[in-house]
Write a protein that binds this ligand. Structure first.
Ligand code: G4P
Length: 288
């Protein structure tokens, strides 16, 4: 997989993160509920060492409800405060302020013992591209998120959004880079659309998705397209008849009347990303 896009952005993002994180008490990390491991950047654990940590499983509305709570427990067992959120609709957002307060209780107590009273807790949102950071900040902060610092004459610098009398949120999220070393992680990120499609072979991606779905969601394809799907699909070659069937059903034919495999592959990926294949989770806590 071509990852040329990353190195420059990665270095800059890391510098920003190191600079900002010094000011922060609570790190709110967004992961995608469909790939709660693959969308988590492991470097954040050392960058945010000694901070209170919250993990939000965002886009839980797109994931398989069977696994959402299991993933939550997985991260709670590791000492994170967690919640399932749908930043787009606002579902689950209300509890986040309470969670931030819980996560910062120890810090507030330490401050109190040192005689520091009423100092707001400072939080920052971090996550990989497209995980929903901006949508989440807008949803959490509501109207308060209107920026004040970008007009000429107004002091430039970090902007804090006051969520209530106890919590301030940094208005710019921290960008984390996905972890690409593992091929399967790269594939899952590509399935959900976190990697620019221009640098990918969409047909291959789609074929790999058919193999995954065949193992874990065997009815998803036959139901969506009303086509017969073989019981066992184990390799790329045996996905071809499935794509052919989809192409025929969708009248995607080449000049000579041959099924257009590439168009069928695109349709499948697009249907998956739009949840038209159903609520699907791509990795499972018992395998983590
Ligand atoms: P980022 O700042 O982390 O890069 O992500 P951003 O907020 O831009 O969100 C990326 C896409 O994910 C947006 O869709 C956004 O609407 C969608 N999204 C964010 N949170 C959720 C969620 O909890 N559930 C669902 N279903 N979608 C979510 P888009 O297609 O780029 O934009 P739009 O057409 O929705 O405006």
């Amino acid at each position: 997989m071509n990852v040329q896009w990353y190195p420059g952005h990665m270095a800059k993002a890391k510098r920003m993160m190191q600079e900002n994180i010094k000011l922060i008490d609570v790190v709110i990390e967004l992961v995608d509920a469909r790939i709660p491991l693959s969308s988590k950047n492991p470097d954040i654990d050392s960058l945010a060492a000694h901070k209170s940590r919250v993990i939000l499983l965002n886009k839980y509305d797109m994931a398989d409800p069977k696994f959402n709570e299991a993933w939550q427990s997985y991260y709670e067992d590791k000492g994170f405060y967690t919640a399932l959120v749908n930043s787009k609709s606002g579902k689950g957002i209300k509890q986040v302020k309470e969670i931030i307060e819980k996560a910062s209780a120890a810090k507030i107590e330490r401050d109190r013992k040192r005689g520091i009273l009423n100092r707001p807790v400072r939080a920052m949102v971090v996550g990989i591209p497209n995980v929903g950071k901006s949508t989440f900040i807008n949803s959490l902060a509501g109207r308060a998120s209107a920026k004040t610092g970008n007009k000429p004459g107004v002091t430039k610098g970090k902007q804090w959004i006051r969520l209530n009398k106890n919590i301030e949120l940094l208005d710019t999220p921290g960008l984390l880079w996905p972890k690409f070393e593992d091929q399967e992680v790269g594939t899952r990120l590509a399935w959900i659309g976190s990697i620019n499609d221009n640098i990918l072979n969409t047909s291959e991606l789609s074929m790999e998705l058919i193999i995954f779905l065949n193992q874990h969601y065997p009815d998803a394809i036959s139901k969506r397209y009303d086509i017969p799907v073989p019981e066992v699909i184990e390799d790329i070659k045996s996905t071809l008849p499935v794509l052919e069937q989809i192409a025929i059903k969708r009248l995607c034919l080449l000049k000579g009347g041959e099924p257009d495999i590439d168009r069928a592959a695109l349709i499948l990926i697009d249907d998956f990303r739009s949840v038209r294949l159903g609520n699907i989770t791509l990795e499972f806590p018992e395998l983590a």
